[in-house]
Design a protein around this ligand. Structure first.
Ligand SMILES: NC(=O)c1ccc[n+]([C@@H]2O[C@H](COP(=O)([O-])OP(=O)(O)OC[C@H]3O[C@@H](n4cnc5c(N)ncnc54)[C@H](O)[C@@H]3O)[C@@H](O)[C@H]2O)c1
Length: 254
């Protein structure tokens, strides 16, 4: 019960890594809000785990304002925010369409910015502020370029800058707010399972991306998120936590 009584919001909690985080946080005693655009799967995961479903498009400031009002009225503030919702474009630099670029930036960069701003302002407005831990879900693509997805690569680099700036500001202002990035490696979620179902040879490709020779399970990423969400990471802020099976440690050609 490492999160007992803490109020957490997990965006994109209706699938994959976010779902894994919802499951683990609920098992550790947190009051979990699950925000997602996918109402059907979000409500199903919420019903199964005891989480509370919120209809949330992370790129909408109006949605964040509604959530701040609702959670503020019940709990004053959030103790944990996981900015996990993310999308891909699968378009290289010579093919990228402006609408696809804008959508990826809106969900993967503007979304976490709005989430951070909302949660920090809730702390600032609280009569008796509590500690807040924000986890921004990034990627190994924050350090390495995906040739076939320029928007996703740019967005996952940007979330590092967002995290470092916001973490430094909060620490300097002596706000009780820590913000870190979690960088998952190749994780077996619905997107990757879809590729494998279409072409079973892809399993070996995904497994071979890390020197461990296998993909991560969402629960392995959730375990790192749990550490960052809990008070055990009290001196960690503005830092990058990589859980990638050694992918970024390995020389690509030797
Ligand atoms: N799966 C991997 O291998 C991997 C690796 C590195 C990083 N990541 C990152 O982890 C996060 C989760 O990835 P996943 O593989 O679990 O994805 P997923 O597609 O399984 O789940 C993403 C969830 O986000 C929701 N979502 C999409 N747009 C949204 C929006 N605008 N507002 C609210 N919710 C929205 C979807 O409905 C879905 O439930 C993403 O940020 C992704 O970039 C994933």
């Amino acid at each position: 019960m490492r999160l007992e009584g803490k109020v957490a919001l997990v965006t994109g909690g209706g699938s994959g890594i976010g779902e894994g985080i919802v499951r683990r946080f609920a098992a550790e005693g947190a009051i979990v809000y699950l925000g997602d655009v996918d109402v059907q799967s979000g409500q199903a995961i919420a019903a199964e785990t005891g989480a509370r479903f919120l209809s949330l498009d992370v790129s909408s400031s109006a949605d964040w304002a509604r959530i701040a009002t609702d959670i503020g009225a019940s709990h004053g503030q959030l103790d944990i925010l996981v900015n996990n919702a993310g999308v891909i474009s699968s378009q290289a630099i010579d093919a990228i369409e402006e609408a696809a670029w804008a959508r990826v930036m809106a969900v993967n960069v503007t979304g976490p910015m709005l989430g951070c701003r909302t949660a920090i302002r809730m702390v600032q407005a609280a009569a008796a502020p509590r500690a807040l831990s924000i986890i921004n879900v990034a990627s190994t693509t924050s350090f390495l370029g995906l040739a076939n997805d320029v928007a996703y690569t740019a967005s996952k680099h940007a979330i590092l800058g967002l995290t470092r700036s916001a973490a430094a500001h909060c620490a300097r202002e002596r706000l009780p707010v820590r913000i870190n990035t979690l960088h998952p490696g190749t994780t077996l979620t619905a997107i990757l399972q879809g590729h494998i179902d279409e072409n079973p040879a892809m399993r070996a490709v995904f497994d071979g991306m890390s020197p461990m020779g296998r993909m991560a399970a969402p629960s392995e990423e959730a375990a790192v998120a749990l550490f960052l969400a809990s008070d055990e990471s009290s001196y960690c802020t503005g830092a990058a936590f990589v859980a990638d099976g050694g992918l970024t440690a390995m020389h690509p050609t030797m």
